[in-house]
Design a protein around this ligand. Sequence first.
Ligand code: ADP
Ligand code: MG
Length: 342
Amino acid sequence: IKVIDLNEIHKLPTILSNQIAAGEVVERPASVVKELVENSIDAQSSEIDVTVENSGLKLIRVVDDGNGIDASQVQTAFLRHATSKISEQRDLFRVRTLGFRGEALPSISSVANVRMKTSTGAIGTEVEYKGGKLVGQKASESRKGTTVEVASLFYNTPARLKYLSSPNTELAKISDIVNRLALSHPEIAFSFISNGRELLRTSGRGDLLQVLGAIYGVKTVSKMQPIKGKDLDIKVSGYVSLPELTRSSRNYISLILNGRFIRNFPLTKAVIAGYGSKLMIGRFPIAVIKIDADPALIDVNVHPTKQEVRISDEPMIGKLISDAIYDMLREKQLIPDATRDF
Ligand code: ADP
Ligand code: MG
């Protein structure tokens, strides 16, 4: 056993520092799916196919038809803090891509076996990493796009493996992530297959209602209504359920800010507030709310997974959402028009 000298300061080996970063970025199989699909979205794919086996622990495969990576750059993509998405400080305040931290590929490959095939349209390349170490690189087919396969996730971090929930819960979390990614990008055709069973397929025709139908079923969606916020610099739109259609959890409220699904309690509350007294206590609507705002108003650099962001003007956006829902309900004559009392 090596005795640790607490007075000797040294830089950590790359693989170890990547594993430490992985602790934040790669919490569970669903986080891997999120990071890989976000990369596919950033690569301007029009089709993204996700396959998992054994809730992602045996295999996660994401196939896209996006821009691909040039063979000469693919090893760089697996270096920590290496990204094609930003290059200078002010880029941080105008990020339009989902990624920019350059952490996903090095983190994932430090805790799994990763194989990536990628091509920009010319002769492709294939790399393999195991536990953060490059196993090899060779030429591969030239179909434009990228395929990433993650096998034996957490094989070298037993504590992480032990802390995971049941296979069904982990699968539900993956499914939830894929659904939200599909909702944020109706213009991309998604498929999701788990142990050979297709759990989601969207057309990629850009129709948010169709994606909602694929996720929640057409019957549910027939009870949803379009909403639209006042026409300001910040755009709010989406679909929300009529008060008769509710769920017992807030999880069916999806917020999509500039193509990124986010968790935000004040804005979730604003959705509920839009219903006034129309919802029973403990019941929540199904909603998907799209918010489009100038990236300068949003700080995405708050948390490694970027699901929490800081928004200036949050109360104003909240009011836009509540008002849009309230207006829709009033138009449907589900809420009496206040002015009618006079
Ligand atoms: P980030 O997404 O923050 O840039 P990643 O580690 O996720 O960091 O990816 C590193 C780089 O690899 C990306 O900036 C991108 O250039 C490239 N890349 C990753 N996945 C893909 C993909 N599916 N298609 C094209 N390029 C990709
Ligand atoms: Mg990324």
